[in-house]
Design a protein around this ligand. Structure first.
Ligand SMILES: CC(C)(COP(=O)(O)OP(=O)(O)OC[C@H]1O[C@@H](n2cnc3c(N)ncnc32)[C@H](O)[C@@H]1OP(=O)(O)O)[C@@H](O)C(=O)NCCC(=O)NCCS
Length: 293
């Protein structure tokens, strides 16, 4: 059992009775869009790798956040929320402080989170707490096409060594070796979690002759929406082009209505994407932050 540090008197682990009041104030999180917390609360509450922290004022839950342990050293921080009636009283800071203390007590050395680019006040907040920006990612989507994949081949457990070698040949920097794991949480690709995805049948590659020229790792959202989610995509320029063009076919074959994912807003991918049917909304751009110790 993890002991949540008592460094902040009013922050505690979530309990069953928190669901109704938290989902009630989450009705008003944003001015113009619905919050996703109601869609994931039950999954989150049941997940032993996640820790939901609640800000409690005299028995009333007025804020929440969640820290997920992704591996022995990596954590993901998400869903910082404060009831509108209690904002600007330092509760967001308190929840953040407790999250960082918990992360430290779990022995995590990399804590990551992402913030929408449109959430202007949160970017200085992240810097204040010592987070550094890594990259911007936009949710790109294309409709599934009515065909069978012609280039993407399902890889298996036997392909682990060459898939790992290919990934390392495609990435220029360490930050490129992060993939989007469950429910949009960024995590390092390692030989172990790659082997796991291969065993699941969640890795596809495109070949030129016997050479892997692109690789696609599948992911998923905690509240499925009919999209085949891209966890990671890498390759040579021509390999990426082939994979991007074939993924709508794969989505169709697997029974999805679209393919989509958080793709880095960087070259060469952006230029390749501009020549495809993938589209993104300006409101769907997120900045990935990390705090490494
Ligand atoms: C973001 C949020 C959790 C902050 O909660 P809070 O209890 O009001 O936060 P605090 O009082 O501790 O203030 C935290 C900081 O956030 C920033 N901030 C919060 N709201 C702000 C606003 N309306 N305008 C400008 N800055 C704001 C400020 O930097 C503030 O620090 P300061 O008061 O020292 O300047 C809350 O506004 C909220 O639930 N927003 C909607 C959800 C959201 O944006 N979550 C973050 C997703 S990454």
């Amino acid at each position: 059992m993890t002991i949540i540090p008592l460094d902040s008197r009013h922050i505690r682990p979530a309990q069953t009775s928190d669901k109704a009041p938290i989902l009630a104030f989450c009705q008003h999180t944003w001015d113009d869009e619905a919050d996703y917390i109601p869609d994931v609360w039950d999954v989150w509450f049941a997940d032993p790798t996640g820790h939901i922290l609640v800000a409690d004022r005299d028995g009333q839950p007025v804020g929440m956040t969640r820290l997920v342990q992704l591996s022995a050293t990596e954590g993901w921080w998400e869903a910082l929320r404060v009831d509108r009636d209690f904002r600007r009283q330092g509760i967001g800071h308190q929840l953040t402080q407790s999250t960082l203390s918990l992360s430290q007590s779990l022995g995590l050395t990399a804590l990551r989170t992402c913030v929408s680019l449109t959430n202007a006040s949160m970017h200085p907040f992240m810097q204040h707490w010592g987070f550094s920006p890594l990259d911007d990612f936009a949710v790109h989507r294309a409709a599934a096409s009515n065909g069978a994949p012609t280039a993407l081949r399902l890889l298996g457990e036997d392909d682990c060594d060459r898939a790992w070698a290919a990934i390392n040949s495609f990435v220029a920097e360490e930050r490129d070796r992060l993939f989007v794991a469950r429910g949009a949480k960024w995590q390092s690709i390692t030989p172990a979690n790659l082997a796991q995805r291969l065993a699941q049948g969640w890795v596809w590659g495109c070949f030129e002759g016997a050479i892997l020229v692109s690789l696609f790792i599948r992911s998923y959202m905690e509240s499925p929406d009919g999209t085949l989610w891209i966890g990671w995509l890498g390759g040579t320029a021509s390999g990426l082009q082939v994979a991007l063009n074939d993924m709508p076919n794969l989505a169709y074959q697997l029974g999805f209505k679209a393919v989509g994912g958080f793709l880095p807003q960087r070259e060469p991918l952006q230029q390749l994407l501009s020549a495809t049917d993938y589209r993104f909304a300006d409101s769907s751009v997120y900045r990935l932050y990390t705090q490494d110790s």
